[in-house]
Design a protein around this ligand. Structure first.
Ligand SMILES: [Fe+2]
Length: 225
């Protein structure tokens, strides 16, 4: 992705959050200078990777496959004394081209994916086999806000504002903003998030993207601290 595209995507995400009356913690609004001034007291934030994250998952087509994410809280899977034993994120998805987080499952993380407002959240589901292959035949058992559901392989669940789905390890999922529904704010509440060890993508994807520096960064991303 180009740096200009990342700067613009975060500017836009901040407006979308504001429209939903969601205010980020202080460091969500920091400039690069603010990060430099606060360097000594932000080691924990940088270690557990809180803050902005923009990615196209290596697709080179950010508006279709990509997201702006902001991690609010997290821990360290290798050090229980660091951070919290849980994680929380906002994920902003553009409905214009049904922007999506591509099909993946988690080895260890259980996550609630929540529609926080602005659009309609669509979640497609499959089981994985014991070897991590997508299972195209078996029904998927899920819980949505305490209600058990059985979904056929590849079935899509539509989630409206205020509602959520719980995804346990091994369930393949992709989610996107339904076209025409508006810019969507997704919430994620989960066990500790480790993007370096826990994600298994169906198709080869890069969790963090290559950046072409065509203008100065306005924000630091979590993988740039
Ligand atoms: Fe996930």
């Amino acid at each position: 992705m180009k740096r200009s595209q990342i700067n613009n995507a975060i500017d836009k995400a901040k407006c979308v959050l504001e429209k939903q009356k969601i205010t980020l913690p202080m460091f969500g609004y920091w400039t690069i200078d603010d990060w430099n001034i606060n360097k000594d007291r932000t080691k924990l934030i940088r270690d557990i990777m809180l803050g902005w994250d923009v990615t196209d998952f290596g697709s080179d087509n950010f508006l279709k496959t990509g997201a702006v994410l902001f991690t609010l809280r997290n821990g360290d899977v290798f050090n229980k004394n660091k951070g919290t034993p849980y994680a929380e994120k906002y994920i902003i998805l553009d409905d214009a081209f049904e922007q999506e987080i591509p099909m993946h499952f988690h080895n260890k993380k259980t996550e609630d994916i929540i529609n926080r407002g602005g659009g309609t959240l669509m979640v497609q589901l499959y089981n994985s086999t014991t070897t991590g292959v997508l299972d195209e035949t078996s029904d998927v058992m899920v819980v949505t806000d305490g209600i058990s559901k059985i979904v056929p392989a590849g079935g899509i669940i539509e989630i409206s504002t205020g509602n959520s789905i719980t995804l346990v390890p091994g369930i393949y999922h992709r989610f996107y903003a339904k076209k025409g529904g508006g810019m969507l704010v997704v919430g994620e509440v989960s066990t500790i998030n480790d993007d370096y060890t826990d994600n298994v993508f169906l198709n080869k994807s890069a969790r963090f993207c290559q950046i072409e520096e065509d203008e100065k960064p306005k924000y630091l991303l979590v993988n740039e601290y």
